[in-house]
Design a binder for this molecule. Structure first.
Ligand code: VG1
Ligand code: CO
Length: 544
């Protein structure tokens, strides 16, 4: 095996964000750009010689080329074997599942998740550690330090590997196994949920469902699970072939970008159940007939009903949510008498809690839910969890949500995103809010009085690592709150996220449109943060 050492120079912009390194494809296509990051990753980890690495991606543009480069570099750097999904395909939760199952050293996922794909769109790379979860900050920081010092990378000179046929191949002194991307993951789903019951339920005369894979990675998984294994009619899965540009859309399962599914579920002959997932398969959106379940409610409802599902029948030990996620799940935890952890945004913060057995169900407001079964959020897992609950309760999605609000009260919730705003101005907006934090407590804004405000800081209860500056929280005395933070996944300018929440215990007032119910708080959030002044925008780009 001839290992070449290629000289290179650092790129200054290789700091991983909320979930890996995301940039425009053109940035990744610069000579040595991907290679630098991959070598910096290898330089920052130890003890991988002869070990197994799992590699796959969401099928977006540049996925295949990137995989060939990574395979050659893994061989040159001394990995023993790489498992790669057929066609270069592996969803994020499937990578997590496989790393854990075969006790791999780690995994590399090529994805920019819900960001659009194509030659002029986005690409991304993220690293998962041996527990199957996203690299925690101490690892991503170490990678970043290496990216600033790199002088050369190692690669072998060989032909491309055929990724389109399951096989065991040799690449230099390393083995490459091209695997079926779906089987291990689908088997795991069968072990967690009552497939016989779900099969019977979805074959019922009055039940119809529609799954939208948004031309992204979950297509093959959803077809195997819902159509083959659970017997749903062929065609249940829409947009089920992963495309390099996701058909031109944002593979982001929300009311704006999953328009096609939304129009089916709100149309004349609407099915009873609809769901969509994102680019890399870790997010989910759940819809009933003419009914949208907010991700924060979804998390709370899964927690409240977990005992109905085989994989969780022995009960939950604890739950965790990211800070901006609504406090609906906190109420369920209180009732169950279990702990509820509040972490910064990003799945990497759940890993320690799951590993330590402190929590076994987690979620984020950004359409992500998951559990201890893997170390990632998991889109199709959430869909199956819902179907299992529906099959046990024999109720509609809407009835289940209404029943939940009746018992626990409703947390009205909305997120307003201002995408691609000026980075400098966005930073000033946040700094301005930061300066308000120490002086705003006790202030009255109309009917709202500030109870406390802070810039969220998290101390990991397992390793004690502190993460500061994770978002400005303004909490009011009536329990409502506004949270402000900048996205760590965008690739252009800045994205300002404003999260607004209030609590409504009165069943008579639980059926309002959230935008209406939160109207005053929304106006207030704009006033406090001077949104118009700093962004120049009259309204948000995306409201969820
Ligand atoms: C967003 C979401 C966050 C999620 C992250 C990765 O981050 O808000 O909850 O964990 O995307 O999701 P940010 O920093 O842009 O707010 V995914 O599906 O990209 O892997
Ligand atoms: Co994703």
């Amino acid at each position: 095996m001839f290992v070449k050492r290629i000289s290179t120079q650092p790129f200054a912009d290789q700091k991983p964000g909320t979930s890996g390194l995301r940039k425009h494809v053109k940035v990744f296509q610069q000579p040595n750009y991907l290679e630098n990051f991959v070598q910096s990753l290898f330089n920052s980890i130890e003890g991988y010689q002869g070990k197994i690495l799992v590699v796959g991606g969401d099928g977006r543009y540049y996925n295949r080329q990137a995989i060939q480069i990574i395979l050659r570099m893994a061989a040159a750097n001394g990995f023993g074997k790489v498992l790669v999904g057929k066609g270069g395909i592996l969803s994020t939760p499937a990578v997590s599942c496989i790393i854990r199952k075969i006790k791999a050293f780690g995994g590399i996922i090529l994805s920019a998740s819900h960001n659009p794909g194509g030659p002029d769109k986005d690409f991304g790379i993220k690293y998962n550690i041996s527990n199957g979860g996203p690299a925690p900050e101490k690892v991503t920081n170490a990678i970043y330090i290496q990216t600033g010092k790199i002088t050369s990378y190692k690669i072998i000179d060989t032909e491309d590997i055929n990724l389109d046929k399951p096989a065991v191949l040799q690449l230099g002194s390393m083995k490459v196994e091209v695997i079926n991307p779906v089987a291990d993951y689908a088997d795991m789903m069968e072990s967690l949920f009552d497939f016989d019951l779900i099969r019977k339920f979805i074959s019922g005369e009055n039940f119809q469902m529609c799954i939208d894979s948004m031309n992204a990675v979950t297509g093959p998984y959803a077809i195997d699970i819902f159509e083959n294994r659970l017997g749903a009619p062929i065609g249940t899965v829409k947009n089920g072939t992963p495309l390099e540009d996701f058909g031109g859309g944002h593979p982001d399962p929300n009311l704006v970008y999953a328009r096609e599914l939304v129009s089916i579920l709100y149309g004349d002959k609407a099915p009873n159940f609809g769901a969509a997932s994102d680019g890399d398969g870790d997010r989910n959106m759940i819809l009933g007939r003419r009914f949208f379940v907010t991700p924060s409610d979804s998390l709370a409802i899964l927690a409240a009903n977990a005992n109905l599902v085989p994989g969780y029948s022995s009960g939950l030990v604890g739950v965790a949510r990211s800070m901006p996620t609504s406090q609906a799940v906190d109420r369920v935890a209180a009732k169950l008498g279990i702990d509820c952890y509040e972490t910064p945004t990003g799945w990497k913060f759940f890993g320690n809690l799951l590993d330590a057995g402190k929590a076994n169900l987690c979620g984020e407001e950004s359409f992500g839910t998951g559990s201890m079964h893997v170390r990632e959020k998991d889109g199709l897992w959430a869909v199956l969890f819902w179907l299992n609950i529906l099959a046990v309760k024999m109720k509609s999605v809407e009835e289940i949500v209404q029943e939940h609000w009746y018992i626990y009260g409703r947390n009205y919730y909305s997120r307003h995103d201002y995408e691609e705003v000026d980075l400098e101005q966005a930073n000033i907006l946040i700094e301005n809010l930061r300066s308000l934090v120490p002086i705003i407590t006790g202030k009255q804004f109309g009917k709202y009085q500030v109870n406390y405000a802070d810039d969220f800081s998290y101390t990991d209860p397992v390793d004690g690592i502190i993460s500061n500056k994770q978002g400005i929280r303004i909490n009011f005395t009536d329990g409502s709150r506004i949270v402000f933070r900048l996205s760590g996944t965008g690739t252009k300018g800045a994205t300002l996220r404003i999260y607004i929440e209030s609590y409504e215990p009165n069943i008579k007032r639980q059926n309002m449109d959230p935008q209406k119910a939160l109207e005053d708080l929304i106006t207030l959030s704009n006033e406090i943060a001077l949104v118009r002044q700093f962004t120049g925008r009259e309204k948000p780009t995306v409201i969820t």
